[in-house]
Design a protein around this ligand. Structure first.
Ligand SMILES: [Zn+2]
Length: 181
């Protein structure tokens, strides 16, 4: 059985058990299969299939459902560590074409559906967000990669033995330090 958060299936009337279900999932042609995202579940309470989809409109690959739930479980822990406030997902799954077009790394974990680019919640500065994210990544074994940027942080769950970290915060800002890489 996939791990992670499961939402009970509605018992009658076909009414989804949760609200705000993304339309992109209901429109997926393969949704009737047993291992495919359906209207009545989502990766986790605070992450939707819509947020995991590529910005070109391609849904998160349904065959990676278990992977999505691992990513989402890590995200929930991260969100909680950031004070349970809404975190905007700037980018999650990317198709190869979209990734190339937007300057993603050739072997980006976004291509594998294992990465999330997160912007800080309202009330937390970029610097404080990066700092907290760094500490989270060091203690949460699921995190395999963390990238620090001017806009926020990249987190991924790549298969790993040690944490991969990089810092792309422009030189001269307070948090620029090589020790994190
Ligand atoms: Zn990223």
């Amino acid at each position: 059985m996939p791990r992670g958060y499961r939402v009970p299936i509605a018992t009658s009337g076909g009414v989804p058990a949760t609200t705000n279900m993304p339309l992109s999932v209901s429109a997926h042609p393969l949704r009737s299969g047993s291992a495919i995202p359906t209207l009545t579940d989502r990766p986790s309470p605070h992450l939707s299939w819509e947020e995991l989809a590529c910005h070109d409109g391609t849904p998160y690959p349904p065959q990676w459902r278990d992977r999505a739930q691992e990513l989402a479980a890590m995200f929930e822990a991260f969100r909680s560590a950031m004070g349970d406030r809404p975190i905007q997902i700037a980018s999650a799954y990317r198709t190869p074409v979209w990734n190339r077009k937007h300057g993603g790394a050739a072997k980006s974990q976004h291509l594998e559906g294992r990465a999330l680019d997160c912007r800080p919640p309202t009330g937390i500065s970029n610097a404080a967000f990066r700092d907290r994210a760094k500490r989270f990544a060091l203690r949460d074994q699921r995190v395999g990669g963390i990238g620090l940027y001017g806009w926020g942080v990249h987190l991924d769950i790549r298969p790993h033995r040690t944490l991969v970290a990089w810092n792309r915060v422009p030189a001269g800002t307070r948090l620029h330090d090589r020790r994190s890489a």
